[in-house]
Design a protein around this ligand. Structure first.
Ligand SMILES: Cc1ncc(COP(=O)(O)O)c(C=O)c1O
Length: 426
């Protein structure tokens, strides 16, 4: 009965978890209304009222400003676009260094390359997986123009300390808050502490519009620059009163009316969507807290985690099995998971081979920075040895299913002696 599924027993969850769907009737109606209106995008890439987009885009931005308590919210067609626009807006140019976390989605580190910026990797903190203020400070040089910090998995980085550091050094702090729309540090919302914050609305996030993103800032000048980069800056910079033309080279990063209409409905229920995911994660953490050799995600004092990812750390020496074997045993019980998150970003081939823009190694030919292994030991160890991830946003988990997921953890834990004996390769 208690034989592990990996060793031939019956799994705790007999069928795969269904995907979590945050879309409902309100979103369906909103899309139909836009289609019926015939106006699927209200943008024009030239001076005039249409430079700012259509009615749904404007309404969505107004709702985001109100919900997030920010002065400016600028929609874009992805968080990746938002990162590129943010890096451009703060004036990163060829040879400028941008400190980024060793562990994040690749876009965090790659955005600055489009302006010739050089990513400099800061190691992450062992408990919260975000780059610490101390690691970022160690990575700063006179060439640093900006810091991009990721509120990874939905936990805030040391945001107040990082903002203080950025201000002290006269550089910019950009928050990649793609995964953290409802995380807080000391009462301040992740994404709103830095000079610019960026949220993702891609299909995998707590709330989504298929693809999409939002940049927020308290600065009217940065907001204007992001809006310009979003929409063919070269045509409208003068009209918008911009004298300093640095990076006023525009793209088309515009959100359509369809996405904005969905976004309005999703945002209206963001608390509900996020709270449901947080409840799942907290219950899993309670189970893990009682099991020696396993570690639930840590929430730094005064912070609120929104659990884009729920993480479990395992101590392979104490358990006598590797992280990969433990993860495989959980998966066999029907508990979906993956290990290690992404590889530390300096291991990407583009950094290893120093080829990004064009054939001559630009912008790496402007620096002698090394991207060798060993520079970010915590990120490297977590990826290789002890991190297991469950994505609460990916799966529909009712209370019965949640009981089963908890049971799966306990079952694999109790089955450790059998797992050790079986000497499974993973
Ligand atoms: C931390 C982080 N940054 C940036 C992105 C890019 O977001 P998008 O897919 O909206 O471009 C993601 C997407 O998963 C992410 O997780």
């Amino acid at each position: 009965m208690n034989q592990l599924a990996l060793l031939g027993g019956a799994p705790v969850l007999a069928s795969p978890l269904p995907p979590y769907r945050s879309m409902g009737e309100a979103e369906r109606r909103a899309v139909v209304d836009v289609v019926d209106s015939g106006c699927l995008s209200g943008f024009y890439g030239s001076p005039g009222d249409e430079f700012f987009g259509g009615p749904k885009v404007r309404a969505f931005e107004a709702s985001w400003r109100a919900a997030f308590g920010v002065d400016h919210a600028i929609t874009v067609n992805s968080a990746t676009s938002g990162l590129v626009a943010a890096v451009g807006a703060v004036g990163v140019g060829p040879g400028d260094e941008v400190v980024v976390p060793a562990t994040s989605m690749s876009a965090t580190a790659v955005a600055c390359l489009f302006y010739g910026g050089i990513p400099v990797f800061a190691d992450i903190e062992d408990e919260t997986f975000c780059a610490s203020a101390a690691a970022v400070e160690r990575a700063l040089t006179p060439r640093t123009r900006a810091i991009i910090v990721t509120n990874l998995f939905g936990h805030p980085a040391e945001l107040a300390a990082l903002r203080e550091l950025a201000d002290r050094r006269g550089i910019y702090l950009i928050e990649d808050s793609a995964q953290a729309p409802l995380a807080f540090e000391g009462g301040r919302r992740a994404g709103t502490v830095g000079h610019i914050g960026i949220y993702s609305l891609n299909y995998h996030k707590h709330i989504h519009t298929g693809e999409g993103g939002v940049c927020v800032t308290a600065s009217a000048d940065l907001a204007k620059r992001i809006e310009l980069i979003r929409n063919h800056a070269e045509n409208s910079a003068q009209w918008r009163g911009i004298d300093d033309l640095v990076n006023m080279v525009g793209l088309n990063l515009r959100m359509t009316e369809l996405e904005a209409a969905i976004g309005i409905e999703q945002l209206a229920r963001i608390d509900e969507h996020v709270t449901a995911r947080v409840r799942i994660a907290e219950r899993l953490s309670e189970v893990v807290a009682g099991l020696e050799g396993l570690r639930a995600p840590k929430v730094r004092e005064g912070c609120k985690h929104n659990y884009y990812c729920w993480t479990m750390r395992i101590d392979p020496r104490r358990l006598g099995v590797t992280r990969n074997v433990f993860a495989k045993a959980l998966a066999a019980e029907g508990f979906p998971n993956f290990v290690g998150y992404v590889q530390p970003l300096h291991r990407l081939a583009m950094f290893r081979r120093r080829i990004a823009i064009g054939r001559d190694g630009f912008p790496f030919n402007l620096t002698n920075r090394s991207y060798a292994d060993g520079l970010t030991p915590v990120a490297e160890r977590l990826h290789a040895e002890d991190l297991i991830i469950f994505e609460p946003c990916a799966w529909a988990v009712d209370s019965q299913t949640l009981d089963r997921l908890c049971e799966a953890i306990r079952k694999v834990y109790s089955g450790l002696p059998a797992l050790r004996m079986a000497r499974i390769e993973a």
